[in-house]
Design a protein around this ligand. Structure first.
Ligand SMILES: *Cc1c(COP(=O)(O)O)cnc(C)c1O
Length: 420
């Protein structure tokens, strides 16, 4: 279970002749294979549909891959809706799972005919005023408390801002039904980045039982269960990844056990996966440009937290391979740092790696989801290009790197930067 980059040093040396480091690169073949594995795992459910969480990797070329493989998009902002629209997604191919939603976003979602997933009971009136109530509405459930599986606490829904209580959800569906809504979906997101085959089946059990209860209490047509995101990936080497076939089978068992006997065997199961769909199939390639020897050993690279924020933000582990030194002993302890004037701008702390020389290329693993996407422009640093390693082995630029002109573009109303 060692992590092996999907490109070699020789490939990177070729690529940098056209696209200098740093850049994110994605593996098209692996993304497609994984989508197919997901669909096969849920093929038992007639209406199964994956809505790729755009926020994970908001790039139209990536969205097109999902479209070609028969998936929709899951959006939670105006620009994510606009990107989906530009890619040709519409109607029931778009799930709008937002929270604290501005009126203009509900308008846009309605204009596209997207499925709307309400985060709160108070959004019923808000949506009605902003854009009108559609025929189909999803409601987001928050069970409160802590979410436990076995003896492990997975997450803390009671502290999360999302979703409605059960009583609110029942009341929301009753009110929406009175307003003419014909079909309902129930959605919940209880834990993030779960690396266990049990999470989705456990969540499915909760939502399927809830659907049966809601159906009994409201007589509403519960047509969809949206398991949302949260199926994760192992960032550390040596950890067993999720097996999507086992997960799909686990959800099927709950379906047979709970929904079928209740006469809800026609319910369609939806997912809104992001991390699981792209995370392992992207990497950040960066060049060592400095070494520094003070109280610790530092390697300075040409990427920084602007390109990948997870280590700085969450202390998240991202595995690093020094390209071309895959088989050398990891006998040097380094902090791998970016150039921000922030001491948390470190891709790795006290990491054992082969000896690194300036000019070496580092492959930072598992940046395909919530990687580039979380980028920002602190210190005036610019975001990198994104490249696609195509199925035929060629390289396609799918986003150019930012330039200073992009950074200064929001001053285009004034004279200061006109002549520069
Ligand atoms: C973030 C998010 C997702 C995707 O989550 P992953 O952990 O990337 O699978 C799906 N649905 C909603 C509503 C989200 O906020």
């Amino acid at each position: 279970m060692n992590k092996i980059p999907f490109i070699t040093k020789e490939q990177v040396e070729e690529i940098v002749k056209t696209y200098p480091t740093p850049f994110h690169i994605y593996d098209e073949k692996a993304i497609r294979a994984n989508i197919r594995a997901l669909k096969a795992a849920f093929a038992w459910n007639k209406g199964f549909h994956e809505y790729f969480a755009v926020k994970a990797t908001p790039n139209p070329f990536i969205l097109k891959i999902f479209q070609e493989e028969g998936c929709g998009t899951d959006c939670s902002s105006l620009t994510e809706l606009m990107m989906s629209e530009a890619c040709g997604f519409k109607g029931s191919d778009i799930m709008f799972s937002s929270n604290v939603t501005p009126a203009c976003e509900y308008k846009k979602a309605r204009e596209l005919g997207a499925y709307i997933n309400l985060d709160d009971i108070t959004h019923i009136d808000f949506l009605e005023q902003a854009a009108g109530i559609p025929d189909t509405v999803f409601c987001r459930y928050n069970p409160g408390g802590v979410f436990k599986m076995g003896t492990d606490i997975m997450d803390n829904p009671g502290d999360a801002k999302y979703g409605m209580t059960k009583e609110q959800l029942v009341e929301a569906i009753t009110r929406l039904k009175a307003k003419g809504v014909q079909k309902f979906g129930i959605h919940s997101f209880l834990a993030s980045n779960t690396v266990t085959n049990e999470y989705y089946p456990e969540l499915a059990g909760i939502l399927f039982r809830l659907a049966v209860e809601v159906k009994e209490r409201t007589n509403a047509d519960i047509s969809f269960i949206n398991l949302s995101g949260g199926v994760g990936i192992p960032y550390e080497p040596g950890k067993e990844p999720n097996d999507i076939a086992v997960i799909g089978e686990g959800v099927r068992k709950k379906f047979e056990e709970i929904l079928v006997p209740a006469g809800l065997g026609d319910v369609r199961v939806f997912t809104e996966l992001g991390r699981f769909m792209c995370g392992p199939y992207g990497g950040l390639v960066t060049k060592a440009i400095h070494e520094k020897h003070i109280y610790k050993e530092y390697i300075g690279v040409d990427a920084c937290a602007v390109n990948l924020m997870r280590p700085a933000m969450y202390g998240a582990y991202h595995h690093i391979t020094v390209l071309g030194k895959e088989n050398e002993p990891c006998n040097h302890k380094y902090d791998i740092t970016g150039s921000l004037c922030e001491n948390n701008d470190k891709f790795a702390i006290d990491r054992m790696l082969p000896e690194i020389q300036p000019g070496d290329y580092l492959f930072i693993h598992d940046t395909g989801a919530h990687g580039f996407a979380m980028g920002y422009n602190y210190n005036g640093k610019l975001k990198s290009a994104e490249l696609l390693l195509k199925e035929d082995g060629s390289i396609q630029m799918i986003r150019r790197a930012e330039t200073p002109e992009d950074y200064f573009a929001t001053f285009d109303f004034c004279e200061i930067f006109k002549n520069h």
